[in-house]
Structure formats: structure tokens, C-alpha cells
Design a protein around this ligand. Sequence first.
Ligand SMILES: [Zn+2]
Length: 447
Amino acid sequence: MRKWGLSFFGAAGLVVLIFGIAGCQRHPQEKRKLVIMGIDSGTWTIISPLVQAGKMPNFQHLIEQGASGELITFRRTHISPVLWTSMLTGKHPDKTGIKGFISAKGFPVNSTMRKVKDLAEILSEQGYRVGFVGFWASWPAEKVRGWMVSDLLSLGRYKDSGPELNYRTMDYSYLLNLKETTYPEDFIKEIYPLLLSPDQVPRESFEKLAAFNDQEWDRFQKIQLVSREDFESLLKFSLVSDLNFQRVALYLAEQKKPEVLAVYFEGPDIVGHFFWKYMEPEYFTKAPARDLERFRDTLRNYYQLMDGYLGELIQASGPDTAFLIVSDHGMKRVSKEGAVGLQSGAHTQSRVNGIIIFSGPGIKKGQRIQAPRILDLTPTALYYLGLPVGEDMDGKVLTEAFSEDFLKSHPVERIRSYDQKPRSLKEQRSPLDRELVNKLKSIGYIR
Ligand SMILES: [Zn+2]
């Protein structure tokens, strides 16, 4: 009797367990691992020659082992939060509600204004553990199964910054007092010791990007505010922001091991806009000889830095992890000097496509993906992870990236929508709105 009772409850428990697991995720036996690396303005024009010269070995490895192509961006807009939101939802801006840097009500867009679920939310609901770091308009950090680090983490110091938050010091302690910078809310305390303030970044790190004599280094160290008239300030704060995102991403990969990790880097965009002219000086008004000497390779160096970050992420992730590298658009030399203010690299004068590199178990080796679009990122990631694609998504699964075996054993599944009801959140204003606007103005994104 007693024996029978035990095994009965044991069996019942097992049934409950099986149903419990099946109810929260679709293919628990096949949970795959994915790292998404978002590189703003990542462009083949710079990557291809570096790969050919053996200077981006990690990119080279993924390109050779996986599928890649020129990622077609939107024609009508080149605005980062719009593009990244559409990439991470698979939906056009009229559906996402994120249509510019600034909302209809006149303040910087944020995650409360997004009308549909993004990849992090969908994956969380489907039982994946995620870590997302630094994507545009991700404040307030949404509730996910895992960790969300919003873009508020990366603010540099911009002209006319708010004195109330003490941005003028080189210290990031103000982050500890902000709400919803991360999810869980307390995660900011955990990662705060990892964050380097600009004066903690060693000279060698900057010397990998540009040359400094002692006097130049002295001046560089004293830069406390970002302004586009001072190209070195842009370089300084781009590196600090990307370095901190990388440190948080590595921490997540090593300590928390989310199944899907996604991290965003903005530096290639900012550095590309302002340092392109040193890379191709023959097309521009002659720069001072010393500047040419110091910055000729800065943009290329920055891409090599990204390659190093990729290498670290590969090291920190398991061998069965797939990597998906994407950019929102590419960049090219401005067609007429002075046409885009002080910028020498641009993506506003015509459509400049970005990059996609996808490599891992189940992905075709050495495959060229024909005509992928930024809207295809989310459907493709969902498919890879064994989840259905929403019929209301505007992108499609990039099936040609996958091996025949994978395609055969994994038919594309669809559901009507992940947004059964509209995602209606009360619109909030971030405590750093003024800072965000200053950032956009300092770089020249808005006037
Ligand atoms: Zn840009």
C-alpha cells in the first residue's frame, strides 16, 4: 500500500513536471544558444579589406564557417532607435510606434512607447533566459526572464548636461540612484563595480585606436564633455561606452549564462562619422599632418577592437553557441565635403546597407545570404531557437542561411501574433531626457 502510494504520487509528479515544462516552452530538448552582436553602422566597406588582410580573425572565422550578406536597411529612415526597434520586433515603425529619436510629445523615445513585444520579451515568455545590453530605447528596462541593461548605462557627458546628477564628474555613481536602468532593478548594483569611468581606462586602450604623445595624452585625459567640434571627445566616450557594454556582456556570458545574449555597440557609428576622412584623406581638405599620422587608422582600429570583443564573447560562450552579427545600416564616405556638417562618413545621403553574419550549429558554411532585410532578424532568430514566427511580423525567416538537414528537421512554424493584445504601457519620461537630447545634439543626430 505504502509502496504503491509512493509510486503513484511519483508518477503523478512526473506527469505534472512534463506538462509544466511543455506548457512554458516549445522544444525544451532543443534549446539552442545564441549571441547577437549589434554593431551600429557596421559596414562591409571597412570589414572586407580588414578580413582579407587577416586583421579581423574572429569575423573571418564566422564568415567562413557561416552565412553572411549585405543587410538591406530601410530606405526612408536611417534613425538608430527606429531601425533597431524594427530589427528586434520584425515589424515596421508604424506598428512598433518608434518612429524617430524624439516622440510626438517631444521627448526621447523609450521602451514605454513601443507598442509591440520585442525579441527579449517574446523569448522570455517562451522560456528562454536572456541577457540584453545597451540597445536603443530600452529604458525603462523591461521585465524579462533574465537580465536587461538599458541604454541609459552608456551616457557620456554632453554639453549643458544636467548638473543635478553630477555628470560633470568622471564618476558613474549617479546610475545607482536612477530607477529601472536595469532589470532586475538591483542588477545595476551588481555590475556597477565593472564599469570603468573614462579616467580608469588605461592609456594603452586608447593607443590601440590613435597615437598619443605625452602632451596629446595630457589634453585627452582632460576632456570631460562630448562635442562634435572635438573629435577626440567622441572617440573617448565611444570607447568608454562600448567597453562598459562589453564588460557587462562578458559578465553575463561568464556568470549568468543566458541562452540568448544580445549586446549593442555604438562606437563604429560615431567614430565612422567623424574619422572617415583620416582613413581616406585624399578626398578631403588636407588635415594637419600630425592628425593624419595619429588618426589614419583610427576607424579601422575601431573595427579591430570590435573583432577583439567578438573573440572575447566567443571565448566566454559555449562551443555550441551561434553568433549573429548585424548592423542597422552601413556607412560610406560623404559624397561632398561639408554636406553633412563635420561628418566625413555618412548613411544619410543615400541608402547604405549594413551587414549580417550568422554562424553556428545548423547554419550553412560559407553561404551568401541573398537580399536579407533588417526586418528578418527577429523571425530568423525565433526560427533558429525553435519558436514560431508571428504572422504579423513584416520580416521573414532567412531560410537560405540554414543547412538542408536543419531545414528538413525544423519546418518553419507560425502563430498569428505574439501580441494578442496591444502592449500598452503608461508613457514615462526618463530622468535623463535632457542628457539624451544633449547627446543627440552633441553628435549632430538632431539639431
Ligand atoms: Zn550614424
